[in-house]
Design a protein around this ligand. Sequence first.
Ligand code: SF4
Ligand code: SF4
Length: 99
Amino acid sequence: MECTCCGACCVAPDIAALDKPLGVRCPHLTEGNLCGIYENRPQICRDYAADRLCEEIAAPTLDERVARYLAAFGFEEEAARNRAAGVTSMRSARLKVVA
Ligand code: SF4
Ligand code: SF4
């Protein structure tokens, strides 16, 4: 399937190459849900391809899409803890969030 630039995969998953914690919006994602560093985005982002999951999480708002993405992997609680703790890096997630 085609990527609809819905933005969910730039918010929901943790991305080590960007030190981006689970459920935290990538700082490079623009307000229009496009990549702000598209030409220089890391390899993991280049390799990511739209698949059936994109259809399964489709929803009107980014928040809903992210919630569905996280739910598909059972990561809602961990993501909620990250957001509640205000973590901005994977390291701070490990330090601040008690599992
Ligand atoms: S979740 Fe899928 S449709 Fe949405 S931006 Fe990522 S690849 Fe594209
Ligand atoms: S670097 Fe770009 S493609 Fe990668 S997660 Fe951030 S906004 Fe998305």
